[in-house]
Design a protein around this ligand. Sequence first.
Ligand code: AMP
Ligand code: MG
Length: 722
Amino acid sequence: MSFDTIVVVDWSGAQSPSPPKPSKDAIWIGVARNGTVEASYHRTRADATESLAALFETERAAGRRVIAGFDFPFAYPKGFAEAVCGASDPLTLWAALAKRIEDAPDNANNRFEVAAALNDLFPGVGPFWGCPVSFDDPRLPPKGTARHGHGLPERRGCESHLKTTQPCWKLYTTGSVGSQALLGIARLHTLRSRFGTDLAVRPFERHEAPITLVELFPSLIAPTVAALSEENEIKDRAQVRVLAGALAALNPAWLDAMTREGDPVEGWILGLGHEEAIALAAHAAFPAEGTDATTSHMTNSDLLPPRLRDDCFAMPQGVAWVPVDEALAKLRAALYPVTGTERIPTAKAAGRVLAAEVTAQRSNPPMPNSAVDGYGFAHAATGEGVQRLPLLAGRAAAGQPYPHAVPPGHAIRILTGAILPEGVDTVVLEEDTATDGTTVAFDGPIKPRANTRKAGEDVAAGESAIPRGKRLRAPELALASALGIAELPVHRPLRVGVLSTGDEIVATPDDPAAPHQIWDANRPMLLALAQGWHCEPVDLGHVGDDASEIEERLNTGAESADVILTSGGASAGDEDHVSALLRSRGTLSSWRIALKPGRPLALAMWNHVPVFGLPGNPVAALVCALVFARPALSLMSGAGWTTPQGFTVPAAFAKRKKPGRREYLRARLTDEGHAEVFASEGSGRISGLSWADGLVELPDEAADIAPGTPVRYIPYASFGLT
Ligand code: AMP
Ligand code: MG
């Protein structure tokens, strides 16, 4: 889902109207739409709310999707909502707060009284604090240090990452976000009531709606805002302008994904953890003078990948081996789609990933039509027994509609796919009739609407036809084309760099190999895998076991690829230069995965690009690539995580397996459909990879397998290896 209009609101908890002349600490609203950004100034909350409601109305009527972000917390630390309204759901709390808050058109309001009354619900003093000296109520202390025993956390989870946020309990003086929240939530509640299910508050509500509300924190990209401010621009204005432009320039799929992050009770600040991506988008939206001919215009760049965090692969280190499922879950949580999007002709979209949901612009079929060759008539004029209907001259055929009405009691020749002429609702199959050219005879009764297709019975106009994230195959191209969709929004292919390491490796069989050398088997294998997974393979070649050579090649890789697969040198031994280098650069996380074949999987970030350090043994390299890289690359491509489909079949082999490690055996099906395994489990046996058509997966636990024991067989095709 993408947004057409981006709204960023800098809210205010002021007690009286802001000055007539645009000034700071007032309400500013930035709107990015159609490649332009505008900022407006509002003297009161009532005025700002009305403007927003009017904007939402206009955009909704025009079928444009709006996302509106506000710079105050949408929720409170855990425990507050339950105490106030008996439910942890923040939106129930919104209603409860809105009921208490009075906020006049001139900004006069009762927030201190409300806060004092809310404090009454908690033991001790607090959690709210801060008020003018004139507000003399022991329940609301003027100083935060006077609070005690109220039992609530000072901050929400998401704020612990952000030291510059003010706590939501503070109601008075600089950055009194507490007042903004109480008064803002009350106003947002009225907008929610007004727009009903057409409005979704993220991350609490998951439904797709024309209007999406999110919490923002402009200081997330403070240095960028400062850098992109105009001369003498009021800070609040610059904040809403730059942030709106940045969010509009961000890849729409990421923005949508960001709205879904966060905690369902305490809420979330949109973009937390993706500051760099947003800052980069801001620079794309407002290029510096002279860098681009279209300097004053925002460019809707979708080329900027959100950056994965450097520590995203961190795994608690210890002696224990990580079970495969735990490693997969960890990997899944760490990764994020990183590819930009583009629009391409439907006919060329096979293998790509859909970047936005496709909705049917027109119904399929567009009009009711005939499912068979036969004769059409009005059902109401027929009955039981032999029916004889006079035939009209002419016929209705696919692409040749019959231009007249068919009177009741008459029939018309009709062919498959022809639009039902006016007056026809039922068709009798040609084989069930007799005709002399002027009359058609058949046995009644015929079911009403027999042999016809309803308009939209396949897909109705406006319905979702293909979901976002779907890998487009031949059937999806058929469906999109049938719906008249000429172009599709798709992700750019994920660029997968492949690098081989090792002093013994000769890069290509074009060159001779001395007896102590072997030809590179992994690189062609991994490049072909990437190709088969619809990624863009980037050949990074081969380097010897030399740290500076590997470093240089990884630098090239990080520029030309979105993810890098290396093979060899990934263990912890003397000659394991890949892991040594990744460790020295500080981001290596060696995962000791309880998997056979396979040794530690080295995962690291290199210049913001994830690196999968696969084992050198081709068998282990392939198994690790299928088990770990496949789902990870799919997720990064925008197609979501994949779990290979396996089948339970009788074993055609015997094996006793110890507990502790999951095992993958090279396997294929016998003519009887039983799984046989390759004679040797040696992980250097490349011939076994080719002999096999899939893998047998043996569980982490001990297993005693005899011929006939059910085992899980996963065909290569289930891993996308074809
Ligand atoms: P390493 O992980 O570097 O210790 O390598 C483990 C084994 O895999 C060694 O026998 C290497 O020679 C072999 N190996 C490493 N890289 C490749 C490659 N690209 N092609 C074929 N074999 C390799
Ligand atoms: Mg090596």
